[in-house]
Design a binder for this molecule. Structure first.
Ligand code: F6P
Length: 362
């Protein structure tokens, strides 16, 4: 069997790997190989696979990152190739990958990754690959699962950042803006804002009005006498009449846009309101993805790893493990990749935020 971790790193990847290996050890005769750098390890010449023994995975459930390393570029359907003139193009090497799997006598594949990785899983499954998916992302934007592992750890980091910013904001009477990750979903932002007690939270699901934000800050100052405010903004948040803030990425095989800069843009936008206090921004960035998974994510990742191996035993190819409280189930990957898991504006989470008086920018 082959295991790979794809896309951005995420707390809990090693926990899943360990759980797969431990569960497989209870059956007889399973050799588990790990592909280095997602499926690149299988596609490279020479191939780069490592054996995943119980000894090798011992104790790794608490370690951040992935012992298999990872990449969010390329993959079997978009392998970067340099043209003779120095430009780059991508080629489909999925048939080559299937041939290499056969050559290595690999009878099952577990692909641990987010949306992009599960699209690859589905593509390979449609070509006959015996593959199972495991949902990974701090963004929590994969459909059909209540949570992805890594999300809760990211929220803890973001909420802790809010707590720390409050002390500086209060001491200096500042408006401090915290930009968090999450891609096109506001899960990390909204959870951190509620947990940390932010005054404003801007998420991609609700394009914001600058007037609403300025009013919330002025009302707080005038009614409560509080001269400081914390704004949590998701990297994918956008003004009502604008677009998400991003830079183009021309790396071959990589995602075409890189989100970032929403917080800085908001600082500039709010300056026109002359709110009378300094406005500064902090970008939390990869701190949200690094380090040890928290206990919740370790439990979830362990459940996913054990279930993924059991789906292999049941030959439920083309399925992804998913958390539907209180169960861990298998769902067709074809369903998962149909849409993103975005925040439902009628949900209790949004109602809670509004009930706490958090301005959501609408
Ligand atoms: O999907 C996880 C994530 O951290 C997103 O929140 C973020 O937009 C993206 O990956 C950043 O990716 P990279 O580290 O490759 O720039």
């Amino acid at each position: 069997m082959l295991v790979a971790t794809g896309g951005g790193d995420c707390p809990g990847l090693n926990t899943v790997i360990r759980a797969i290996v431990k569960r497989a050890a209870q059956e007889r005769d399973w050799e588990i190989l790990g592909s280095i750098d997602a499926f690149d390890g299988l596609l490279r010449d020479p191939i780069h696979l490592i054996e995943l023994t119980e000894e090798r995975v011992s104790g790794i459930h608490v370690q951040g990152g992935t012992i298999l390393s990872t990449t969010s570029k390329g993959g079997p359907f978009a392998w970067p190739v340099k043209n003779p003139n120095g430009t780059w193009t991508t080629v489909d090497r999925s048939d080559d990958m299937l041939q290499r799997l056969r050559y290595q006598n690999i009878e099952a594949v577990i692909n641990i990754g987010g949306d992009g990785s599960q699209r690859i899983s589905q593509g390979l499954f449609e070509k006959g690959c015996p593959i199972i998916g495991v949902p990974k992302t701090i963004d929590n934007d994969l459909s059909d699962t209540d949570f992805t592992f890594g999300f809760q750890t990211a929220v803890e980091v973001a909420a802790d950042a809010v707590d720390k910013l409050v002390t500086t904001a209060a001491s200096h009477h500042r408006i401090l803006i915290l930009e968090v990750m999450g891609r096109y979903a506001g899960w990390i932002a909204l959870h951190a804002a509620i947990a940390g007690g932010a005054e404003v939270c801007l998420i991609p699901e609700i394009p914001y009005h600058l007037d609403s934000i300025a009013n919330a800050i002025i009302t707080r100052r005038d009614k409560q006498g509080k001269g400081f405010s914390i704004i949590v903004i998701a990297e994918g948040a956008k003004p009502r009449d604008g677009e998400m803030q991003y830079t183009e990425n021309d790396t071959p095989g990589a995602m075409k846009i890189k989100l970032g800069g929403a917080g800085l843009r908001l600082t500039e936008q709010l300056k026109i309101f002359n709110l009378g206090v300094e406005i500064r921004e902090t970008i939390l960035g990869h701190l949200q993805r690094g380090g040890r998974p928290n206990a919740f994510d370790r439990v979830l990742a362990s459940q996913f790893g054990v279930k993924a191996f059991e789906l292999v035993l049941q030959e439920k190819w083309g399925h992804m493990v998913a958390y539907r409280h209180p169960n861990i189930i298998g769902v067709p990957i074809s369903d998962v990749i149909k849409s993103y898991n975005l925040i439902d504006l009628d949900s209790d989470l949004v109602r809670t935020a509004r009930g706490l008086g958090i301005c959501l920018g609408d």
